[in-house]
Design a protein around this ligand. Structure first.
Ligand code: PPS
Length: 379
């Protein structure tokens, strides 16, 4: 349309600044959010958006101090953790446990229902609860490969990241049998209804329909937004509006995508869906509620989505983002990384891996009460 990249980004920013004029009457951007990160759903892409926002706005994160790279809590329960397992909020001295509260963000792996009470105790009171779900056959295939389920079920010696469709065919010939041979761990938890598992009170793998529907009802009460991976951009517009954030805040680069996937047939996909019937109920429910929320937005929604996608394209060009089939150190599976030809802080943060942002957030909170001291004196 004759616009240069800079002009279109400027146009996008104009939309934002037009918004910020009317924003004077709107509430300030919300800064308090719990993101229940689920596995193999696009959770890392979501966490990278939220962590970037939190880092830029100097927010305090509830992270598990014991996991120095990611801060995940995984299966542990907050009720069994003492505050000394967390990093202090910004500007609170390490060890001043009675002030380990009013955290703004939580973006790590943590199961929701067993931790609701404690989350409410440690997080700010106006905190929004968000999570993410992916079409179950796609999420299952990603998890089966990533966690090396074939090896743990003695199907083959193939380890983590293997995408052999023969392993999946063997598994699907008798799912219950193979699943029961796995002792435990992620390979087991995430190869049957692994998405529901992220939320349940007792950590059991449920598939009785009434029980699943009860759990869904509870989740519906507590979750303000469930992102649907297949409608990631649409979901982000809802997030932006829920939090009163800007378009720029939700710009993202897709993280953790594998270079190769198992080439499963439609018939196999159907079997995977049958095997993951609880996840299907969960996904269908929140896919429906996503579209209800979109309908509630009215005509502005489509306009917002177009603006956002234009901006995404423009930032990608402006940052000179390129795919880079990077084999990560110590990991056998090939995943797509990204590089930028532009040295701006924004572009660099956009392409950086989520754990790098997490590391910066954690390093800042480790300063404890030293937060008031000028950076140059501390570092
Ligand atoms: N925005 C967006 N849209 C669609 N799909 C996306 C997106 N972001 C990540 N992905 C896909 O999600 C898979 C990685 O999920 P996670 O980041 O949750 O994995 S992890 O649990 O943190 O290891 C991984 O799936 P597979 O490639 O099938 O393994 C990614 O490709």
């Amino acid at each position: 349309n004759g616009f240069t990249v800079v002009q279109t980004i400027q146009a996008g920013l104009d939309v934002e600044s037009a918004q910020s004029v009317s924003r004077k009457q709107l509430p300030k951007p919300a800064t308090s959010l719990v993101f229940i990160k689920t596995h193999k759903t696009g959770g890392t892409t979501m966490a990278s958006i939220l962590n970037r926002f939190g880092y830029r706005n100097r927010l305090s994160f509830l992270f598990n101090k014991g996991d120095k790279v990611h801060g995940h809590f995984r299966l542990s329960k907050l009720a069994q953790k003492k505050p000394r397992s967390f990093l202090p909020p910004l500007c609170v001295a390490t060890g001043d446990y009675k002030h380990y509260k009013n955290y703004s963000m939580m973006t790590a792996h943590l199961r929701l229902l067993p931790n609701l009470v404690q989350l409410k105790r440690f997080m700010k009171s106006d905190c929004k609860f968000v999570s993410i779900l992916r079409e179950p056959s796609a999420q299952w295939e990603s998890a089966f490969s990533f966690f090396g389920a074939a090896r743990s079920m003695h199907i083959s010696k193939d380890g983590r990241g293997n995408t052999s469709v023969a392993n999946i065919a063997t598994f699907l010939s008798n799912p219950k049998f193979y699943w029961n041979t796995a002792k435990g761990g992620h390979a087991k938890y995430y190869s049957r209804n692994g998405q529901l598992f992220e939320f349940t009170e007792d950590g059991a793998i449920h598939d009785y329909e009434d029980t699943v529907n009860d759990i869904i009802k509870q989740l519906d009460l507590h979750l303000h937004l469930v992102v649907i991976t297949e409608y990631f951009d649409e979901s982000l517009i809802l997030l932006k509006n829920l939090m009163n954030w800007s378009f720029r805040d939700i710009i993202y680069v897709k993280k953790n995508a594998r270079v190769t996937h198992s080439n499963i047939t439609e018939e196999q996909r159907e079997k995977i869906r049958e095997w993951n019937s609880a996840d299907i109920l969960l996904y269908n429910h929140f896919n429906r509620t996503l579209w209800q929320k979109i309908a509630d937005q009215g005509a502005s929604f489509e306009r917002d989505l177009r603006t956002f996608r234009d901006l995404m394209r423009d930032y990608s060009a402006e940052c000179g983002i390129e795919d880079n089939e990077a084999a990560r150190k110590g990991q056998k599976m090939l995943r797509v990384g990204h590089v930028t030809s532009n040295n701006s802080v924004f572009c660099k943060r956009l392409v950086s891996e989520n754990y790098e942002t997490t590391k910066m957030i954690m390093a800042r909170q480790r300063l404890g009460a030293l937060c008031g001291v000028k950076r140059s004196k501390v570092i």
